[in-house]
Design a protein around this ligand. Structure first.
Ligand code: ADP
Length: 420
């Protein structure tokens, strides 16, 4: 006999004949002791008992004084609709059983009763009742879950629109403030230039003007970087790939970067044919290489070796083999989201290596965050925006970044740009 979370099976026997009731009760308690039995002497008495014992199944005679079986059935269907009602009818009665079935009775049994049949029909009625009960509970749980999910969805969409609003405000704020800085900075710069013409050979004054110009230059750089990052976040920076001769392109950037660092040397190895052209967003690539090479110089001593190696290769790493937990390693890219899309694909690979101060283990995973600077940079100047720009520019190419860095030994940044 099925039961639902400890819910017991209750059967109400309704018959005006005590002997008939006792007979059924005796038999049922022998063959189905799990059913708890209750008795009522007519329809009216049954309605009172139903309220107290809440039976799932009623086994009732049709003809009874005070309230007959059919009236009882009508009341039950009105007040306790899930209850299963089985009727006992006289052998020749054809009309009452049909009417009972029409009114929603579960089944009927004919007199004289065959006890095995009684047990079979009663058990079937209980089975159906428990099945329906189970279904109802599951439906209710499902409805509750759906309601909760809908609420979560609603909350999320509210949070998202708020976030968008705040983000929009932040973007506008940064943009307005940065633009407002530009104008006074331009007048400071041009005023300093004009002053230069007046002071002649006054060395001290020349030195101060140089300080002003350097400071203005740094502030301008910072504003440009902030505005650029703001633009990419806002998706306004469009990805514009064009055919680029990689070797020439790298040599040009090396020259430009060296200029800012007293012509320090960069060991450059490129295995690509000088004529080979590949599709890249040139302005984004300039940002990537410029920042990485400048950092390699900045964070290593003047005589330390800096190298740039460029080649095309397939990606040998798969997601499981990435040394993600390694302390001196950091990986950026959406390989984790879709490893298949990177398998056997060719990558244009740039490796920038230096033998500088390296990045502390605890900070390696945060180094690409805007404004984050390593604890070991000392007096080396910087804004903490260069690597955030590199990250965005690589993301725009759908590329990957691998970083391996050991404090006091050096760093190796590998940029993988998928071809096609
Ligand atoms: P910035 O150099 O202006 O501080 P970046 O965003 O370029 O900003 O770099 C963030 C931080 O990452 C740096 O402050 C430094 O701590 C660390 N870093 C970047 N490149 C290197 C490198 N080649 N060697 C050691 N540390 C580096």
């Amino acid at each position: 006999m099925p039961s639902n979370q400890g819910k017991k099976a209750h059967l109400l026997l309704v018959d005006d004949e005590e002997l008939a009731r006792n007979l059924i009760q005796e038999y049922l308690s022998l063959v189905a002791p799990e059913i708890i039995l209750h008795q009522a002497i007519n329809g009216k008495d049954a309605l009172e008992k139903i309220r107290k014992c809440e039976p799932q199944v009623i086994l009732s005679d049709i003809i009874m004084p005070e309230m007959d079986g059919l009236k009882l059935l009508k009341e039950v269907k009105k007040t306790f609709p899930p209850t299963k009602v089985i009727f006992i009818t006289a052998r020749n009665d054809t009309e009452a059983p049909i009417q009972a079935l029409k009114l929603g009775a579960f089944d009927y049994l004919r007199k004289p009763l065959v006890m095995e049949e009684v047990v079979h029909v009663v058990k079937k009625a209980f089975e159906e009742w428990f099945l329906q009960w189970d279904l109802k509970e599951k439906e209710e749980a499902l409805e509750k879950n759906i309601k909760e999910l809908k609420q979560i969805e609603k909350n999320l969409s509210i949070a998202l629109s708020r976030e968008k609003e705040v983000c929009g405000m932040k973007t506008r704020f940064i943009s307005v403030v940065s633009h407002e800085f530009r104008t006074p900075l331009t007048s400071i710069r041009s005023s300093a230039e004009m002053l230069e013409d007046y002071i002649g050979e006054n060395e001290k004054a020349k030195k101060y003007i140089f300080f002003i110009q350097t400071a203005v230059g740094r502030l301008n750089e910072l504003i440009e970087e902030i505005l650029w990052l703001n633009k990419v976040e806002d998706e306004k920076q469009i990805f514009k790939p064009i055919k680029v001769k990689i070797k020439d392109f790298c040599e040009k950037i090396i020259e430009e970067t060296k200029n800012g660092f007293q012509d320090r040397n960069i060991e450059f190895v490129c295995t690509l044919d000088p004529r080979q052209e590949l599709l890249l967003d040139e302005s984004l690539m300039v940002k990537i290489l410029n920042n990485l090479l400048a950092n390699a110089f900045k964070y290593s001593s003047n005589d330390a070796k800096v190298s740039l190696t460029v080649f095309i290769d397939t990606l040998q790493l798969d997601n499981d083999k990435l040394p993600k937990e390694e302390k001196n390693f950091c990986f950026l890219g959406n390989l984790t989201l879709n490893p298949e899309s990177y398998e056997n694909r060719q990558f244009l690979t740039f490796v920038v290596r230096d033998r500088g101060i390296g990045i502390p283990e605890a900070e390696i995973k945060r180094i690409f965050e805007p404004f984050f600077r390593g604890g070991n940079v000392g007096t080396i100047k910087g804004t903490g925006l260069g690597l955030a720009i590199v990250k965005k520019a690589v993301e725009k190419h759908g590329g990957l970044i691998l970083l391996r860095s050991v404090p006091k030994a050096g760093s190796e940044f590998t940029i993988l740009i998928p071809l096609e």
